[in-house]
Design a protein around this ligand. Structure first.
Ligand code: SAH
Length: 392
């Protein structure tokens, strides 16, 4: 194993278990080092700090352990077993729930690796060259997890790996093949399109918030804006909504939503989906048409440079919702932009509320589900922010 030596004083963040080594912290980089290689990282005095995956870029090493060790099948099997145990402990592995995130990168101490489980299929996503090279080891360890029953591993990293690394990943099954794409979440059925869908095919991170929304849905007229697969809509239907309107600019998303409604509530006429732009829909919709509005937009700020525009975007959609929601209504508003802090998001929503002049109260402050854990040493792992608001 090759060794990377840090500049003096640059070991501090690693001593606090932060899992990233930035390229500027490196004093000595072996000349023949290859992207994706497993490396030992040492402090300037030669003390071993740990082992990680090397890559070219601002984040140069993602740390996998805090000692010097070979990273192979045994390592991945142990980490996956621990991840599986945690999901069991969280009560997510049940007959009526076969959909959850098994590996959440740094939050499961496997930086660069994401695994979502849909029944007996696991969708594996690599965000680093190291994890790309490890994909077969990880896939094997997934199918060998005792009692997990994972038979198929679909590898989906065409859009998540740094393109400069030229790894040319192909989205495909690396173990098994297609069986069924119907997964169950809290007793509701969903068609999961891991082949063509966004991310691994489903936004697993909103599960608890969907369940919360179900509780607010009784007899409510519901607008699910940015519906994608219609997750919130299906829960609102079960919660007894009097009508549910789902909106997404993508016709494919609208079709997915309709299929999922049909899967759970065939022939139910309470639901209608619209392929429309959110800003247009929110501007054109009449006042008092909805008692419950869900705003779950895509990440408006993917990078720090986009923060200003993103803040305007959040303010605009929330202002329209505040202006038009029926008295006594509930607004569930989210941001999944990692670059926007909880405080910034709250400021955008606050400004929108103040503009509307309505009496607004915060009922719940929510985040991603516990199967998307945040390592206490890596606060960057917290990305989903939500406010459930009462609007008088
Ligand atoms: N709420 C969803 C996830 C939303 S993902 C869930 O629980 O699964 C964001 C969605 O916003 C995507 O489906 C995307 O097609 C849609 N979208 C992006 N820009 C939009 C716009 N301007 N108007 C309406 N929908 C948009």
């Amino acid at each position: 194993m090759k060794t990377i030596t840090l500049k003096r004083g640059k070991e501090d963040s690693l001593l606090r278990f932060h899992p990233w080594v930035f390229s500027g912290a490196i004093a000595i980089l072996p000349e023949d080092i290859e992207e994706g290689e497993t490396v030992e990282v040492c402090a300037s005095d030669g003390t071993t700090l740990g082992t990680g995956h090397y890559e070219i870029g601002s984040i140069a090493v993602r740390m996998l352990s805090w000692d010097s060790r070979e990273i192979g099948t045994g390592f991945y099997a142990a980490r996956l077993a621990s991840a599986w145990q945690l999901r069991e402990r969280l009560g997510l592995i049940r007959k009526d729930n076969s959909t959850f995130r098994l590996v959440h990168g740094e939050g499961d101490f496997l930086p660069g690796c994401v695994v979502d489980v849909y029944g007996n299929t696991a969708v594996l996503q690599a965000h680093s060259p190291g994890m790309h090279y490890a994909r077969h080891d990880i896939a094997k360890a997934l199918t060998e997890l005792p009692d997990a029953g994972i038979k198929n591993v679909y590898y989906k990293s065409e859009t998540t790996l740094p393109y400069k690394a030229r790894l040319d990943p192909v989205n495909d099954y690396i173990i098994g093949g297609f069986e069924t794409n119907i997964a169950v979440e809290n007793g509701l059925k969903f068609n999961i399109d891991w082949l063509k869908g966004q991310k691994t095919g489903f936004f697993v991170d909103q599960r608890d918030n969907r369940a919360l929304i179900e509780q607010f849905s009784r007899e409510a007229r519901v607008l699910n804006m940015f519906c994608y697969t219609g997750g919130f809509s299906v829960y609102a239907m079960r919660g007894g909504a009097s009508l549910v309107h789902s909106v997404d600019s993508s016709a494919k998303a609208v079709a997915l939503t309709e299929a999922n409604i049909d899967l759970n509530f065939p022939g139910d006429t309470r639901h209608t989906a619209f392929a429309q732009d959110a800003f247009k829909y929110l501007t054109d919709m009449p006042e008092n048409a909805y008692d419950l509005i869900i705003l779950d937009p895509p990440a408006f700020a993917k990078h720090r440079s986009a923060i200003k525009n993103a803040m305007v975007g959040y303010r605009r959609i929330n202002a329209a919702a505040f202006r038009k929601i029926a008295p006594g209504g509930i607004l569930a508003t989210f941001s999944c932009s990692q670059a926007i802090s909880k405080e910034q998001f709250r400021l955008a929503v606050f400004t929108a509320a103040a503009q509307s002049g309505r009496k607004v109260r915060i009922l719940h402050q929510v985040t991603q589900g516990a199967d998307h854990p945040v390592s206490i040493y890596h606060p960057e792992g917290e990305y989903l922010k939500g406010l459930i608001l009462h609007v008088e």
